[in-house]
Design a protein around this ligand. Structure first.
Ligand SMILES: [Zn+2]
Length: 292
């Protein structure tokens, strides 16, 4: 089943909802970065959040970056999405050891670790990007993001993000949803809904047998949900030799000259997809020449 996101409304327009299957995306991230099980879950949840948030972007060139920096052993997580739901990301420590809760579940909160923060950077093509910041509430990511929506965007939001991994550490399923209260609606509607959703299986469990459309009907039963948009989402890096060269140039000619003297050539690795880009001594010298 290919990954996709549906957007919709419910309760006569009082609620806005986004729901995604991101199983392929989480699998791709796990393969590209050779992630441990808990890193697959932590990064997969964040990739899913970015995919869902991409649906709130209006401009074609808009970009959202999610930065999570905690004090746990995963170190941090960076995820970027464009307006077409091409999502990429990485964890600082991709092979971090699994930590389990007392009841045997992967303990994402501990691997992310408090104290810490979650940043949302929205580059909407304006002079300055919009930056929203919250301290981590639990490090479980969904709860932290819900806190971000409430305090930074003033939108009460139910956030559910889930990734299931198999005993061989491969990703079984991944997905999530946001349910948001529209500005003039009573917040009580979301409190009641939150209680009801607690009684429903996790989205990653439902995705094993149900389509996103069916899950929308399950979580918003009785609230007359309507799908208004459906679109693809995928793990996709946008790196290129040109972008890598621009990164080199930004080091400045002194740094590049030092690089030539110390190691003659350079190999740059993209954090998001691990593609390698080689620059020979001659090419580095030409870059320095252009900077003079
Ligand atoms: Zn790349």
């Amino acid at each position: 089943m290919q990954d996709y996101i549906i957007s919709g409304t419910a309760a006569e327009g009082k609620l806005r909802v986004f729901l995604a299957n991101t199983t392929d995306m989480a699998r791709e991230a796990s393969t590209v970065h050779n992630l441990s099980a808990i890193a697959s879950v932590a990064l997969g949840r964040t990739l899913t959040a970015a995919a869902l948030m991409s649906k709130t972007l209006k401009g074609e060139k808009d970009i959202i970056t999610i930065q999570i920096k905690g004090s746990g052993p995963i170190g941090g997580i960076i995820v970027v999405t464009d307006s077409k739901s091409n999502v990429r990301g990485y964890a600082y420590n991709p092979q971090v050891d699994n930590i389990f809760t007392e009841d045997g579940k992967l303990d994402v909160g501990s691997v992310v670790g408090k104290p810490g923060y979650l940043n949302i950077i929205k580059d909407l093509g304006l002079k300055e990007p919009y930056v929203g910041y919250v301290n981590l509430v639990s490090g479980e990511i969904a709860e932290d993001l819900s806190c971000y929506f409430y305090y930074s965007e003033q939108i009460p939001t139910i956030v559910s993000l889930g990734v299931q991994v198999d005993s061989d550490e491969s990703v079984k399923s991944s997905g999530g949803f946001f349910v948001q209260v529209m500005p003039d609606a009573d917040e009580k509607i979301i409190d009641d809904l939150e209680e009801r959703i607690k009684t429903i299986p996790a989205v990653s469990e439902l995705l094993k047998n149900e389509s996103p459309e069916d899950i929308l009907s399950i979580i918003l039963e009785g609230l007359d949900p309507k799908v208004t948009n459906k679109g693809q989402c995928k793990y996709q890096c946008n790196c290129s030799r040109e972008r890598m060269e621009a990164g080199l140039i930004s080091l400045g000619k002194d740094e590049i000259t030092a690089l030539i003297n110390e190691q003659h050539d350079a190999e740059l690795v993209c954090h998001f997809c691990n593609n390698k880009y080689q620059f020979t001594e001659q090419e580095l010298k030409e870059i320095v020449e252009r900077l003079k």
